[in-house]
Design a protein around this ligand. Structure first.
Ligand SMILES: [Zn+2]
Length: 873
């Protein structure tokens, strides 16, 4: 824990608090109640406490709490709001927090310690429990509950509370998404008293990610994810973690741990037992308090996406979630008994059962009901850990030791990541993402040969499995097959949808070569102690430079060069050491180039010879990207993030501008992010889902949004886009938006994945083998073969016979057979040999259709270039 990490929020807030007269010393033991600070009981009907007011309350508790509460400002969120970590424990514990953090770190990674030493550390250590609130900002209960939970811990004077403070270090993120919390509370205020009171936010509740922010835990693209990864995966390895969510309004009132079947193997089994243990105590405490509608071991299966609560078990943390039935934000919802239903995983009917002994009878459902149930569950986890401090810490040691031993005995024993890669800078990004997970990575200073006969030059990175996070490493760096068994098939044999993706194989998404090695590599290995920094070099004393077209970061460098009006050319004809797709610049200030090389990691190599005949000048396209309401489009948000990361300028295009037409005046290229045709046009959608595989979130009917937020291009917009392409514009359609182009522009293409039963064809979030036509400018810099991420609902293309077959070019096609690399695939014949990406000439312009997810959640680095190539000419 660095000094800057420990800077408290009090100093930040001091001027504001002084202005309000809040810095006057409080009377001995007097702690301002939430009611007094906020002016109402948290969770009251039609009231939401705003984030700034919550931040100031925690500042106040830090002052008044007698040393039991510390506020750490982790730094600014995406939109510049404070991201808080609130630490609650006894004054003694907080006074030696850094020592207790060290002790916890040793127990969580006991390599090199004798059991006696561990026992001594356990004697000194405290149970560390982390809970985070309202990651999904529309799920407001957690953030509204957090101040009251803190107040209770500080003000209650009973034995139970004292035991928690003495034995537990409670790490609380009162909002995992402060920007979203502010958006939602402001939106609620705006709709209060209108016909649309309690409606969902019409746009994403995070600048980039919206609901997908929980899918970022393993790639940490967002700053909020980075803060939580710092807390959970590196600085503290808590023994338990609970993330508090909401679910749909017509089933159980609150889901609590453990998860339903199937679970994802390769975590230490203790972690699953711990979840049942905590869950049992939560369930018991809820029933003791007379709370109805509590369900466990249902609905949420143990094999989910690698979001925060589902990735933590592989960090040896009992990673859990609660899910409360939603109201209409803070407005009560009336639910008729006949509207209550089961039919979900583990709850076949809405009737009493062992895991649901006390069904809620229906009636008014209020935010306060959510706050109370969540507070009991949060408290129960703290209570159990406090009562069993030594067991909890002993388990932490056991999990870490046994996972390390399993890894040492396993085959593979390690993963080797060669430093020579198709795109070595992306390999470095992979290494740095592993480090953010707290995974130990080593590097070989000399070349070596494995027992399997693979030879690697110096600089190869090695990730040994003999470390506590063995299970996590296996899923991020090893081929993964989603189970096909009784838990993943319905009674009629049809496959059941996983919660999200069927694989989280980060190296495959990123297009990085990772080799399993049966035995630990021989020779010296050095542990990385800091992120790997790639610093590009500029060849001295030459007047022309080459940038490797295989590097994603070359596009960033080219964008920086174009920002400075540099002339950049692209090689079309290979030869003389140049590949088709390489970038070339002639002249330019060496200082500027050195700056760009440093910033991007890209080398500016010396250019030899004349390149003019086989090259063309790179022209920046004027890019527009369609943005809509209906709660926003996550794929649009992530694509915006990606474009910004790589320096592509773009303009967000809303309905009105598209409908006005004359799009060619301002744009050369328009991107339609993944979406259903109905959502793009605004025709009433049969389902509220976009093209991708999504979780079963409650999506309100269209009428729930005020009319000005019911977007859609209508016929006018469709015709304007058509005219744009006819006059020479380029339309890029991502994922499901390709169906829009096929239908509305009458392309001679058929989506072969449409209208198939799940028994015939099924492929939820999996990596599939494809071939890239790297001679085509749209696939410049790509290898001949690789992987594409396919999501349920992704279109795949067959070119239907027409008078003008020549207008269609296949850029990416699926392999002939054995398509599946990781995930799950039923019925590969549907996709085999079909096109995954097509470029279609259309009058003077063209349409580029990318059916699979080339830029999914800004995670699929291996196929980013397919989009990037389209964005420059
Ligand atoms: Zn949620």
């Amino acid at each position: 824990m660095s000094g800057t990490w420990m800077r408290t929020v009090a100093s930040l807030l001091a001027p504001a608090l002084a202005g309000l007269g809040l810095l006057a010393p409080a009377a001995q033991g007097q702690i301002t109640s939430p009611e007094k600070h906020f002016g109402f009981q948290l969770g009251s009907d039609r009231k939401i406490a705003r984030w700034d007011k919550i931040v100031s309350y925690f500042g106040l508790l830090e002052k008044e709490g007698g040393g039991k509460l510390k506020v750490v400002n982790m730094g600014p969120t995406t939109m510049g709001n404070p991201f808080l970590l609130v630490i609650i424990s006894s004054p003694d514990n907080l006074a030696r927090l850094e020592r207790l953090r060290e002790v916890n770190g040793r127990i969580s990674d006991p390599r090199g310690l004798a059991e006696q030493q561990v026992r001594k550390l356990i004697g000194e250590g405290k149970a560390v429990i982390c809970q985070s609130m309202s990651l999904h900002a529309s799920e407001i209960g957690g953030t509204q509950m957090a101040p009251e939970l803190a107040y209770d811990l500080l003000s209650r004077r009973d034995e139970e509370t004292a035991r928690i403070l003495d034995n537990v270090i409670f790490l609380m993120a009162p909002s995992f998404n402060p920007d979203g919390a502010i958006m939602v509370s402001d939106w609620y205020q705006k709709t209060l008293g209108t016909e649309y009171e309690g409606a969902n936010l019409p746009w994403l509740y995070h600048q980039y990610a919206g609901h997908d922010n929980n899918r970022d835990a393993f790639q940490t693209n967002l700053v909020e994810s980075k803060y939580m990864a710092q807390i959970l995966f590196r600085e503290w390895i808590p023994q338990a973690y609970v993330d508090h969510h909401h679910m749909g309004p017509y089933g159980a009132r609150i889901y609590i741990p453990p998860y339903a079947e199937p679970i994802r193997p390769l975590a230490d089994p203790l972690v699953w037992r711990e979840m049942s243990w905590y869950g049992g105590h939560i369930a018991y405490k809820e029933e003791e308090a007379g709370q109805s509608g509590v369900i466990n071991m249902a609905q949420y299966s143990g094999w989910g996406h690698f979001g925060f609560h589902w990735i933590t078990p592989f960090h040896n943390i009992a990673g859990m979630l609660t899910e409360s039935a939603s109201a209409k934000l803070a407005t009560p919802l009336f639910v008729h008994p006949q509207q209550l239903r089961g039919g979900t995983r583990g709850l076949p009917a809405y009737e009493a059962q062992t895991t649901f002994p006390n069904p809620w009878p229906g009636g008014w459902w209020k935010l306060r009901d959510i706050v109370e149930r969540q507070k009991i569950s949060a408290w129960a986890v703290l209570d159990l850990a406090a009562r069993n401090r030594e067991t909890v810490l002993w388990n932490a040691y056991q999990k870490a030791r046994r996972q390390t031993e399993r890894g040492a005995e396993s085959k593979p024993a390690a993963y080797v990541i060669p430093s020579t890669q198709h795109d070595p800078l992306t390999a470095i990004k992979l290494i740095n993402k592993l480090l953010l997970q707290g995974i130990e990575v080593q590097q070989a200073p000399k070349g070596f040969t494995t027992t399997g006969g693979m030879t690697y030059p110096a600089g190869a990175w090695v990730v040994s499995l003999a470390q506590p996070k063995m299970g996590l490493i296996r899923y991020l760096l090893g081929r993964t097959l989603y189970p096909d068994n009784e838990w993943t098939r319905a009674r009629d044999g049809s496959p059941m949808r996983p919660y999200d993706m069927a694989t989280d194989t980060m190296f495959e998404f990123m297009g990085v070569r990772v080799d399993p090695a049966d035995d630990p590599p021989p020779g010296e290995l050095r542990k990385l102690t800091a992120a790997v920094e790639a610093v590009g070099k500029v060849a001295p004393g030459v007047s022309g430079y080459v940038l490797d077209g295989r590097l994603n970061d070359s596009f960033r460098a080219v964008n920086l060069l174009l920002d400075k009006d540099a002339a950049v050319r692209r090689i079309d004809r290979a030869g003389g050491g140049l590949r088709a797709g390489d970038f070339v610049i002639q002249g330019g200030s060496e200082a500027i180039l050195a700056g760009i090389a440093r910033q991007t990691g890209v080398d500016f190599a010396a250019l030899k010879g004349d390149i003019q005949p086989g090259s063309h000048e790179v022209k920046r396209q004027r890019v527009g990207m369609y943005q809509r309401y209906w709660g926003g489009n996550m794929d649009e948000g992530w694509t915006r993030l990606l474009l910004e990361q790589f320096g592509f300028p773009y303009t967000s295009l809303m309905d009105a501008e598209i409908k006005r037409g004359s799009l060619n005046d301002k744009y050369d290229l328009i991107i339609l992010p993944d979406d259903s045709t109905a959502r793009i046009t605004g025709e009433r959608a049969a389902t509220g889902r976009s093209g991708g595989e999504r979780s079963a979130e409650f999506i309100p009917p269209e009428e729930a949004y005020p009319p000005e937020y019911r977007s859609g291009l209508g016929n006018e917009g469709v015709n304007a886009l058509k005219a744009f392409v006819q006059k020479g514009g380029t339309l890029v359609t991502l994922g499901g938006a390709s169906n829009f182009a096929i239908e509305k522009l009458s392309l001679s293409l058929r989506n072969v994945a449409a209208n198939k039963s799940s028994k015939e064809f099924w492929c939820p979030g999996s990596t599939l083998r494809v071939k890239f036509d790297s001679a085509n400018p749209l696939a410049y810099g790509m290898p001949a073969e690789g992987l594409a991420l396919y999501l349920g609902g992704s279109p795949a293309f067959e070119i239907t016979p027409s008078e003008h077959n020549e207008r269609y070019e296949v850029i990416v096609r699926y392999a002939d057979r054995d398509l599946l690399e990781s995930g799950r695939l039923v019925g590969e014949d549907t996709l085999a040999k079909k096109a995954g990406m097509i470029a279609a000439k259309y009058d003077k312009g063209r349409v580029i259709l990318i059916g699979f997810r080339a830029q999914h959640r800004a995670q699929t680095h291996g196929t980013f270039k397919l989009l990037f190539n389209a964005l420059i000419r």
